[in-house]
Design a protein around this ligand. Structure first.
Ligand code: CA
Length: 254
């Protein structure tokens, strides 16, 4: 699986960062400085933190456009940090890891990161990945919201808001999906009781490379969030064909 190189991402008309605030949570000062300098060069507004705790309090006060998170932080387990950031809102998370194993890559996505980069990395690749995350997180394509009547989906007692990626369970429990998960769930909710091929789901996510390699991981994460004891599964796998949402869906403006 390849990733767009920084130059082609730029030529493809990637969104101008326009001073977008990006949190860098990394305890290694050299890497932190390198990322800050590079992001600034590409007209982002980086805000650096050496600990997860410091970033989490600032995250609540003034949420950034994206978060770059080192998985090996001194004060908090990386997966715990992802969960705590995710619990506060739909901000895209790019994870940095020193470990190159494919299973770690999938694990990062399983825990709700939006993308994953292994150290050592070319900082320009980070720029390309952050741009891609911001593009997907921008309301129009990622949320799939077409008009005011399209803002909230209700199904089997659940409620999902594509713009904020917010999912409310019948018992009131709130969770936030990653950008990739939200794109897939929105596609399923747009076409309930129909089998959607993996190709259709990829198309909906903009044929994004990140989505491509992770579609099954993301379906399984959405399933976990959508599961309640004693209830039949809402997303069915149709072998050889794709996936289907089994519930009736109503879309409305609130
Ligand atoms: Ca570290």
């Amino acid at each position: 699986m390849t990733h767009p190189d920084p130059v082609s991402a730029r030529e493809a008309g990637a969104t101008d960062p326009d001073g977008a605030r990006v949190f860098i949570i990394e305890d290694d000062g050299d890497i932190r400085d390198l990322l800050c300098d590079t992001l600034r060069t590409y007209r982002f507004a980086p805000v650096a933190f050496a600990t997860a705790e410091a970033a989490l309090s600032e995250l609540a006060a003034d949420p950034p456009a994206a978060v770059i998170l080192d998985l090996g932080l001194p004060d908090m387990d990386g997966m715990d940090a992802i969960n705590r950031i995710r619990a506060r809102g739909p901000v895209p998370i790019l994870v940095l890891s020193a470990r190159a194993h494919a299973s770690d890559r999938i694990m990062g996505l399983e825990f709700g990161a939006d993308d994953y980069v292994v150290k050592p990395f070319d900082p320009r690749e980070i720029v390309a990945r952050v741009r891609s995350l911001l593009r997907r997180a921008s309301p129009a394509p990622a949320a799939g919201v077409r008009d005011a009547g399209d803002r909230v989906a209700r199904f089997a007692g659940w409620r999902f808001e594509p713009e904020s990626h917010r999912l409310l369970a019948p018992d009131g429990e709130e969770s936030f999906l990653s950008t990739g998960e939200a794109a897939i769930l929105t596609a399923l909710l747009r076409a309930p009781k129909r089998v959607l091929s993996r190709d259709h789901l990829l198309e909906h996510g903009g044929r994004d490379d990140t989505l491509d390699r992770a579609i099954d991981v993301r379906i399984s994460r959405i399933r976990k969030k959508l599961t309640r004891p004693d209830e039949p599964p809402l997303i069915r796998t149709v072998y050889g064909s794709g996936y289907m949402l089994t519930a009736q869906v109503t879309w409305s403006d609130g």
